[in-house]
Design a protein around this ligand. Sequence first.
Ligand SMILES: [Zn+2]
Length: 289
Amino acid sequence: MMRHSSRIDAIPLVLLIFSAALPCAGQPKKSVFVVTDGEGVAGICRQEQTEPTDTELRQLLTGEVNAAVDGFLAGGADEVVVWDGHDGSRTLSATTIHDRAKLIVGDIYPLMTFDRGYAAIAFVGQHSKAGTSAAIMAHSYNSLGIQNMLLNGKPVGEIEVTAALAGSFGIPVIFLSGDQAAARELHDIVPDAVTAEVKEGLARYSCITLSAAAARDLIRERAAAAARKIGSIRPYRVNGPVTLQIEYTTRNSLPFGAGADPGREVVDDRTIRIHGKDLVEAWTRYRDR
Ligand SMILES: [Zn+2]
């Protein structure tokens, strides 16, 4: 009886060992792409703290990124690819990044490598769009150079543009850490995304922040919960033709011949509209210049 039973069980056991050894067999790798920034990191509330080579910023951001990587891996991600997205890609280092993460250094605009096919994207250290009240250092891509950015007439910043670009490739946003305003901005377009609110903005340069340790604990826990939602959160898509309107600041008035390229329309001395058959075309026309 014993012998008979163990012989029958031997076949499924072999299959079990095989499938455990090959977790990705027949399934795409669950890769999470992380966009990092500086202004949404816990403890960062003043402009001079956002200098990309500032020692404290580097420590604080690295701690949050590594906590997020821990969380994503604990929640079932196979790989985490981190892009150093803050001001010139000079803040993160391969010497201190999580040993199971891959680091992207340098400019990856316009398409941010989304054509490589990630399972999900996430934001760490993210701030909200230009013009948001009670939001720490809110801006859209360039605080000195851009007053407003509108996508099909709606004010947008890095959160919505990045989410929509990823959505163009079928990739959902699952997670954001940053201030309360940034979390709110993501929830407006992706209600199911998981957020870690590490500070509350009282004004542009005034905040109530968690400690670095508490922020890391929160991020680790929420990132794990987010990774478990891969497959259930839908990509955020902006379908159809797109008009991207960039309103520059006074010091950044349009250069000579600004409207000459295809799909470009000069509105006034410091405002341009860029048209595309879809978001990818409009964004590529904008960022290629
Ligand atoms: Zn930013």
